[in-house]
Design a protein. Structure first.
Length: 158
């Protein structure tokens, strides 16, 4: 009898924590997503990145003109771009720094800015280093915090 009461208490406590956490966006929610996306990028796990995007999210990538200029992508197009890039026989590095988070007053949306440092190297052929200034917008969808908009301005580093 006591074990059943304990299980019921724990179950109710977990449900209330989940419901509480999903009512508003917190800085902890945003940091968790950013760190999960960073880990997924380092392991080239496209699905683990895409799961954090709303289905209608907009991705705007501003590259130097010689690298294609501005591209506005759907989630599916962004997913394909990641897959294509990571299919190269190259070494990739990806680090996120200088994360700043702003939560809206109603705690239903948030905006994060950060700087992403990336490098791609095909040994003996080329190495490219870049610095991207990102702005990421988040929204609350059925209790889940998702990316609604990602924009980045990329500079090639020497």
């Amino acid at each position: 009898m006591r074990a059943m009461q304990y299980i019921t208490f724990v179950f109710c406590a977990l449900i209330s924590l989940h419901l509480h956490a999903s009512e508003n966006i917190t800085k902890k929610d945003i940091l968790k997503i950013i760190h999960e996306v960073e880990a997924a990028a380092k392991s080239h796990n496209v699905e683990a990145i895409i799961k954090h995007f709303s289905t209608d999210a907009k991705i705007t990538l501003n590259f130097p003109t010689e690298l294609g200029g501005t591209q506005v992508l759907s989630v599916a197009e962004y997913s394909a771009l990641l897959r294509d890039g990571w299919s190269l026989p190259a070494e990739f590095k990806y680090d996120v720094k200088d994360i700043q988070i702003e939560i809206s007053k109603d705690q239903k949306t948030a905006t994060a800015t950060d700087i992403v440092y990336e490098s791609i190297e095909i040994p003996g052929q080329f190495k490219i280093k870049s610095k991207s200034f990102e702005q990421v917008k988040f929204g609350l969808f059925n209790g889940a915090v998702l990316i609604t908009d990602l924009s980045g301005k990329t500079e090639i580093q020497q």
